[in-house]
Design a protein around this ligand. Structure first.
Ligand code: ARG
Length: 472
């Protein structure tokens, strides 16, 4: 059955009102255009509330069962695409209540006993966000697995490491990718932390002050899977800290994705040439036939701004509000919905990009690390091992690099006499010491880029992802 339209001008309000809303204000006021997203949670919350009213003797057990049956019917109608409330319903909460009354008659009017839309909407948003946090966690795991698979495949591939976007020292490619997995693990632990504060029940705070109706807040909290109930009813209906915290955590997810995106865009350029894009995630130009564009990382980089914007929007929306509920809070929804969707979509797109959208080009990478001065520190370290103070060694090698640049010759191509002219400590083993693979293998300090250190990191992440356990 289609939902019964509520004639415009008929108010849900009490007889205190004589006139209906101005049509433009009705539109302006309504959240039904977006808050149907909360329908499932609204029904879950109402089912729990109805059951509790029955158990507490506020309504009879039979009435409670009938209300629950009616609510399940609304759920079924929605699943069949037959629940399409219009503007006149104002919001998802009224839409459900109206439909219930149409289905059950006067009994439907008992559902809202001991409850307000203020604690109701707070409950719905928290239930919704809690399930979305779990989905985002799953998306983070998929993204990490995609990075891990590439890292496993490139446990012995080298890539130039940069500081200031200047070639610095070569690193193991797996090491580079694992750095992003570490970020994603922090994102997971941050979201798990936020989830604890999302998962507290405001239901039963009623409008702001609690209710004289003998309800049991613990019962609804337990049925809805909340860990706790808010201790203060004013705080319960006016707290949106959890939305801000979530958006801050989501913003960092986006920062991490955006930084990785920037690298992919650079790597895909002809200048770097470290990866090639497969046809799965790249697009062509409508004009230039030779082009293959990295749209996925560009879009992810671009979309990060939306999430940061929502964070600022939420903070600003909340900062001047007196206690308790204010209609301003209606503005939290589109921010949360869009922030969550953006974050999930971007994680999925980046996972797919690393699963099948790009291929590293080991030969280009090897050539890159062999053709620069990123082994200069290792020359200094070689002298340090022979007892020369680091600063002195550093000066000597600086001068050597300057001469080499002028002569257009790489360190590895200098004859031994030149080394020995610079310092008698140099011997023939200098060539092995500055070969890129040796340079990487030598950095064995804990968490360094040496192959055995990287293998330890890989092992840790493998276990963590296999067990679903989080970084403590
Ligand atoms: N649509 C409203 C919101 O999203 C529901 C709560 C309305 N409460 C009220 N007292 N007007 O915040």
């Amino acid at each position: 059955m289609a939902s019964d339209p509520i004639p415009t001008g008929t108010t849900t309000w009490s007889d205190r009102f004589d006139q209906g809303l101005h049509p433009a204000i009705e539109r302006f006021n309504a959240s039904i255009g977006f808050d149907l997203e909360l329908l499932e949670q609204d029904l879950d919350g109402s089912v729990a509330h109805a059951r509790m009213l029955g158990r507490c003797g506020v309504i009879s057990e039979a009435e409670a069962l009938e209300l629950i049956r009616g609510l399940q019917q609304v759920r079924a109608e929605a699943a069949a695409g037959q629940f399409n409330p219009g503007l006149e319903a104002e919001d998802v909460h009224f839409a459900v209540e109206h439909r219930l009354i149409a289905l059950l008659g006067p009994l439907g009017k008992k559902l809202h006993t001991g409850r307000s839309r203020n604690d109701q909407v707070g409950t719905d948003v928290r239930l919704w966000l809690r399930s979305q946090i779990d989905l985002i966690d799953g998306a983070l795991v998929r993204f990490e697995r995609a990075l891990l698979a590439q890292a496993e495949a490139h446990a012995s591939t080298l890539i130039p490491g940069y500081t200031h976007l200047q070639r610095a020292q070569p690193v193991c490619l797996a090491h580079h990718l694992l750095a992003y997995i570490e970020m994603a693990e922090r994102d997971r632990s941050r979201l798990a932390d936020v989830r604890q504060r999302v998962n507290i029940s405001p239901l039963g705070a009623a409008a702001l002050a609690g209710t004289p109706v003998p309800i049991d807040r613990r019962q609804t909290a337990e049925e809805l899977g909340f860990d706790e109930v808010y201790a203060n009813s004013l705080d319960a209906v006016s707290d949106r800290d959890f939305a801000v915290e979530f958006m801050a955590a989501a913003s960092l997810v986006m920062v991490h994705l955006s930084r990785l995106s920037e690298e992919v865009v650079l790597w895909a350029s002809e200048e770097f040439g470290f990866i090639s894009l497969t046809d799965r995630c790249a697009t062509g130009s409508s004009l230039m036939p030779q082009k293959k564009n990295p749209d996925v990382p560009e879009l992810v980089r671009g979309k990060s701004g939306r999430v940061f914007g929502h964070l600022m929007g939420l903070l600003t929306m909340i900062k001047g509000l007196p206690l308790a509920y204010n209609k301003d809070f209606q503005e939290d929804k589109e921010a949360l919905f869009d922030g969550v969707r953006t974050c999930r979509d971007c994680l999925e797109a980046m996972a797919i990009l690393f699963e099948e959208g790009l291929e590293f080009r080991p030969q280009r990478l090897e050539a890159a690390v062999a053709s620069d001065f990123s082994n200069a520190t290792d020359v200094a370290d070689y002298l340090v091992a022979k007892g020369i103070p680091f600063r002195e060694a550093y000066q000597l090698v600086g001068g050597l690099v300057k001469t080499c640049l002028a002569e257009q010759v790489l360190l590895k191509d200098l004859p031994l006499e030149r080394w020995q002219q610079l310092h008698p400590g140099f011997e023939a083993d200098i060539y092995a010491a500055i070969a890129p693979r040796q340079v990487v293998a030598a950095r064995r300090s804990e968490g360094g880029t040496a192959f055995d250190q990287v293998e330890r990191q890989l092992q840790r992440i493998r276990t963590r992802l296999a067990t679903g356990a989080q970084k403590g």
